[in-house]
Design a protein around this ligand. Structure first.
Ligand code: NAD
Length: 523
């Protein structure tokens, strides 16, 4: 790895931060392939990692090549054969230890998330907290991988189901949750008895190396943990494509854009593997006449501008009852005007940078299309004053629309909030559901009937439907994911663990006759 070239104060601070942070997290040999603690220097093209904070170069890493991927997958197969035999509560012990190591290293890992992904410190810390939470959840789960016992129609028979480990789990992750999404998958998959191969976003490989290093610290001294229980493959989408096609990986959990999900879903389905897809959203909020506007304004601002509009659950479309629209929009504009935008490493900043220039260009092009469609844009300008040079900083935009224009069907991964007035709740729900994505939604109302309608079968068609909180910022206890183009996958809490195991139905005859099901007489 080449260290940052120091060009000025902000870069000097960053260089000191990154050096110390990487050391704390145990990253001494950045390289394309990590199998457990063994770091293999790969011979693929060099991947240059730039910080979105100020564009500075953080590291140059040789990427993994197909032979490295093969090595990692073969290792994961061998590890799985051993790990599946380890009792689930002992597997839970690994995850419990990992959670504790995350607690000890929360600040350092969050710092790296801020530096590499551009998140403000409180959000980066929240992301690491989410990892700790899922470790706690998975540890408890390791003693609760229950199957059912079913009534059988045959005398002296018993019927039951068991949940068994599935195999190596491939994890492909996006840049915007560089550590938590992996942890949702990893913690659950590990207690379920699976090994892991992780292809993180090429924009955030240092975060992945840090997670790997901390997990291996947790495994240290646990003789039950086999070699190659977890590998990290650093590199481009081509590595993800290889994983999607490889029959040795029965489950590929992929988080990212809809385009990525279509490609991965197709490749995994083609070999009749299991795709678990967590894809883009186009999330909405409905504010009704009876809503508390105090609650709504705060929730809308957090959901629409948090992580600079780069959350899968970011609020993108707001439907406001016409009778309260003027007041709500005015209050939102006041809130937006006072948002502190700038260096995410500085205390008090609420909006950090976009991930890169491409994201900025996409935002500007979406705003221009919205203007063409008759939208009135508030904010949305590029910032150069009082923000670190070299980063892509923008003022979040509110765009008042008179109809559901074409641009509103797309997920533009930036802080753009389209606002539309409505007259009946049924119409608002229809507008909300008219897009192809189906991740997160919410309603603000103090009317029980409106809330129940929104959550009913004829209400929101999304995987997440909230009342009086925004669509963003889920807890780990619930199953997370969405419908339609969002991919249909569910991760994290509730019974999402079932996707990571195989179910065996067992029927046992303890009698001396052989009665057949459905009363069939044979011979
Ligand atoms: P992306 O699709 O560009 O990349 C995500 C990952 O997929 C990366 O690791 C990338 O290398 C890999 N990839 C891309 N094309 C691939 C292919 N054809 N085959 C295999 N792997 C491939 O997404 P991004 O820009 O990193 O992240 C933003 C997107 O992710 C947004 O659409 C956002 O909504 C979505 N996202 C969804 C969730 C969720 O839980 N639903 C969570 C986070 C992000």
């Amino acid at each position: 790895m080449r260290q940052v070239e120091r060009q000025g104060d902000s870069q000097e601070i960053m260089a000191m931060n990154i050096e110390e942070t990487l050391r704390t997290l145990g990253i001494t040999h950045p390289a394309g392939l990590w199998i457990d603690q063994q770091v293999r220097l790969c011979h693929g093209p060099i991947l240059a990692i730039h910080s979105p904070v100020d564009g500075s170069l953080l590291a140059e890493i040789p990427q993994a090549v197909p032979e490295d991927a093969d090595l990692a997958i073969a290792g994961a197969v061998a590890a799985f054969r051993r790990w599946r035999l380890v009792p689930a509560p002992v597997r839970g012990e690994l995850v419990r230890r990992f959670g504790n190591i995350l607690r000890e290293n929360k600040q350092a890992l969050a710092e790296l998330v801020s530096i590499e992904a551009g998140k403000i410190r409180p959000e980066a810390q929240g992301e690491v907290q989410e990892m700790i939470d899922i470790c706690d959840f998975a540890t408890g789960l390791s003693r609760q991988l229950y199957g059912l016992t079913m009534a059988t129609e045959r005398p002296s028979h018993r019927m039951m189901e068991q949940w068994h480990p599935l195999g190596p789990v491939g994890i492909i992750s996006a840049f915007n949750f560089p550590v938590a999404v992996w942890a949702w998958n990893a913690a659950i998959a590990l207690v379920c008895g699976n090994s892991l191969i992780w292809k993180p976003s090429e924009k955030t490989p240092l975060c992945a190396m840090a997670c790997q290093s901390l997990l291996m610290r947790a495994a240290h001294g646990m003789r039950e943990v086999p070699e190659a229980i977890c590998s990290v493959l650093i590199g481009s989408r081509a590595l993800g494509e290889l994983m999607a096609e490889d029959r040795r990986i029965p489950l590929v959990s992929a988080t990212g854009s809809v385009a990525m999900g279509r490609a991965v879903g197709k490749a995994v389905a083609n070999r009749l593997g299991r795709p678990l897809l967590e894809l883009g959203g186009n999330n909405a909020c409905i504010v009704t006449r009876s809503a508390s506007l105090d609650l709504a304004v705060r929730a809308i601002a957090f959901s629409a501008v948090g992580t600079c509009g780069q959350r899968c659950t970011t609020l993108r479309r707001l439907f406001v009852h016409q009778s309260i629209a003027d007041e709500l929009i005015t209050r939102l504009k006041i809130a937006y005007a006072s948002l502190p935008i700038g260096n995410p490493l500085e205390n008090g900043t609420l909006i950090g940078p976009l991930i890169d220039r491409t994201a900025m260009d996409r935002m500007m092009s979406a705003l221009s299309e919205a203007r063409h469609a008759g939208g009135t844009v508030f904010g949305g300008d590029q910032l150069t004053d009082r923000v670190p040079a070299g980063g892509c900083y923008v003022r979040p935009a509110i765009v008042e629309m008179s109809s559901h224009a074409d641009i509103m069907f797309q997920e533009t991964f930036a802080p753009i909030l389209y606002v539309l007035r409505y007259s009946s709740l049924e119409q608002a729900i229809e507008l909300q559901n008219c897009v192809s994505q189906g991740l997160a939604s919410s309603i603000f109302t103090n009317d029980l009937r409106e809330a129940e309608l929104f959550m009913s079968a004829s209400g929101s068609d999304c995987g997440i439907a909230n009342v009086n909180i925004g669509p963003s910022g889920a807890e780990i206890g619930g199953a997370f994911g969405g419908e339609k183009d969002t991919g249909g996958g569910r991760e994290s809490g509730s019974d999402s663990w079932k996707s990571y195991m195989r179910r065996a139905t067992n029927t046992i005859n303890f009698g001396s006759d052989l009665p057949l099901a459905q009363g069939i007489q044979f011979g």
